[in-house]
Ligand binder design. Structure first.
Ligand code: NAD
Length: 457
């Protein structure tokens, strides 16, 4: 059955190559209609998956998709225009252009944590660039996956866009086909497997992966703002965000002042510790298993010397973990070795800025880095001396929402990027086209027999 789907798409992709931009724009209209006409169903699906608050679903899944579609529709004509480039004197008599062409049949594999956005945002780039796509949503967010399976076929023909549900085994089966591009969003561990499998057909890949994104707070930071931005970015989506602040690196004199502000902000957003389990503004863990993993991470951190300074309330039956702060974690403990991906926030203090920069550089390159500082000198130094997929300065997470910026990782946090033009580019092949119009006699200098005068510059 999978082979049939793939072959149908392969055939249709050749027809699609010849279609005008107008046709591609109509596909983007269809995707926009799917989202706007079923907003209520989307909110319900995400709530059923992990009690995602309606406001968060609208702000982080629905509206960014609509904005990105509109941005793409507005700019597609410019992005898709062939770019003339110089040919140079050696190729006198020729014209050169870069053409952006569809890659063909693409596979989009998405995770459960922003289950709508991360399945459909890559699709925007794929459609804009003129491709067919098979979407393999996460089996973990099963209500959103079922939503995609039910509604996408009402707006797209199967040979153009198809949803294939399933887990690891289904992905393995799909990866046996020679896709023209594989766009994977998920963990670094699985990303490596996908890249290995893609290499069998030399399929190109975009890997949007995870990692531990640090927050660096220096002596000059405005602590009230820092507390608000960190608490929002960390506990948004129940802490299950790929670019969530993973841990805080705070200048040691600042921490005694920042700590009460963070606690105050948590309580302002989600209520007192005993009220948080009722909070409609706090998403739950995606499953009991994921909640159990948080519990184990927390218990292990405390056992290995971390101090629990706030929170730590757990109700596995309700998949609930309260916003939690920990100080002085053992750097070898799992909480400091694995991406946390939940509402536990470890805090590490540092003395000098070079110490904090070293701390970041001794670890894998993160997907995001957050700098809280009012010192231009410090900001420049941190930017120059570290690497990460993206950066927000004096804020968290929001750089992802700017469709004019590329979104992607570096090193262990990913390969390639997308959003807006970068999404269109990820799903396009840049074809080099050179045409000779005149100057045939000059070209004959290239041909044998190679006499001395031919290589004489
Ligand atoms: P995951 O890697 O477990 O799963 C992602 C997808 O891969 C799912 O569709 C799943 O069915 C499939 N899969 C799982 N194991 C597989 C295997 N062995 N072989 C083939 N396919 C397999 O990730 P997840 O738990 O769904 O999502 C959380 C991770 O995703 C975190 O690490 C997070 O940081 C990362 N993430 C990254 C981004 C980004 O844009 N960079 C966005 C969201 C999430």
């Amino acid at each position: 059955m999978l082979e049939q789907v793939f072959l149908h798409q392969k055939k249709y992709s050749l027809q699609l190559r010849k279609e005008s931009l107008k046709v591609r724009l109509s596909f983007l209209d269809d995707l926009e209609r799917l989202i706007t006409e079923h907003q209520g169903d989307i909110v319900k699906a995400l709530h059923a998956d992990f009690a995602k608050p309606e406001a968060e679903t609208l702000l982080t899944e629905v509206y960014p998709l609509i904005k990105e579609i509109q941005h793409t529709k507005k700019n597609l004509k410019i992005w898709a225009r062939p770019t003339p480039v110089e040919s140079g004197t050696a190729l006198w008599g020729t014209k050169s252009v870069i053409k952006r062409e569809p890659r063909g049949v693409c596979l989009i594999i998405s995770p459960w944590n922003y289950p709508l956005n991360l399945a459909l945002s890559p699709l925007i780039g794929a459609l804009a660039a003129g491709n067919c796509a098979i979407i393999k949503p996460s089996e973990v967010s099963r209500h959103t996956s079922a939503f995609l399976k039910k509604y996408l076929p009402q707006y797209f023909r199967a040979e153009h866009v198809t949803v294939i549900e399933g887990g690891k085994e289904t992905t393995e089966e799909l990866m046996k086909f020679p896709f023209d591009h594989v766009f994977f969003t998920g963990s670094t561990r699985v990303g490596k497997i996908i890249m290995e499998q893609a290499s069998r057909h030399l399929s190109t890949v975009t890997l949007e992966l995870g990692g531990k994104s640090p927050v660096l707070v220096d002596e000059s930071a405005n602590l009230k703002h820092t507390a608000e931005k960190v608490v929002w970015g960390k506990f948004l989506n129940g802490g299950q965000t790929c670019v969530a602040p993973d841990y805080l690196l705070v200048q040691q004199n600042q921490w005694p002042h920042l700590k009460p502000l963070i606690i105050e902000t948590i309580e302002k957003f989600y209520g007192k510790t005993d009220e948080q389990v009722q909070s409609p503004s706090l998403a739950r863990m995606i499953s009991k298993n994921h909640a159990q993993r948080m519990k184990t991470l927390l218990e292990d951190a405390v056992k290995t010397g971390a101090e629990l300074v706030y929170g730590g309330n757990i109700d596995i039956e309700k998949s609930f973990i309260s916003p939690t702060l920990l100080e002085k974690p053992d750097l070898q403990s799992d909480i400091m070795q694995e991406e946390i991906f939940g509402p536990l926030l470890p805090v590490i203090t540092y003395n000098t800025l070079p110490e904090a920069i070293d701390f970041i550089n001794q670890r894998e390159k993160p997907l995001a880095l957050y700098i809280f500082s009012n010192s231009r000198h410090n900001i420049r130094e941190i930017l120059e001396e570290t690497s990460s997929g993206g950066v927000s300065i004096n804020d968290t997470v929001i750089h992802v929402g700017n469709h004019h910026l590329p979104f992607g990782g570096v090193g262990a946090s990913g390969l390639g990027n997308y959003h807006g033009y970068f999404g269109f580019r990820a799903f396009s092949h840049e074809r080099a086209v050179l045409k000779r119009s005149w100057g045939h006699s000059l070209a004959s200098r290239l041909y044998p027999p190679y006499t001395a005068s031919k290589v004489d510059m």
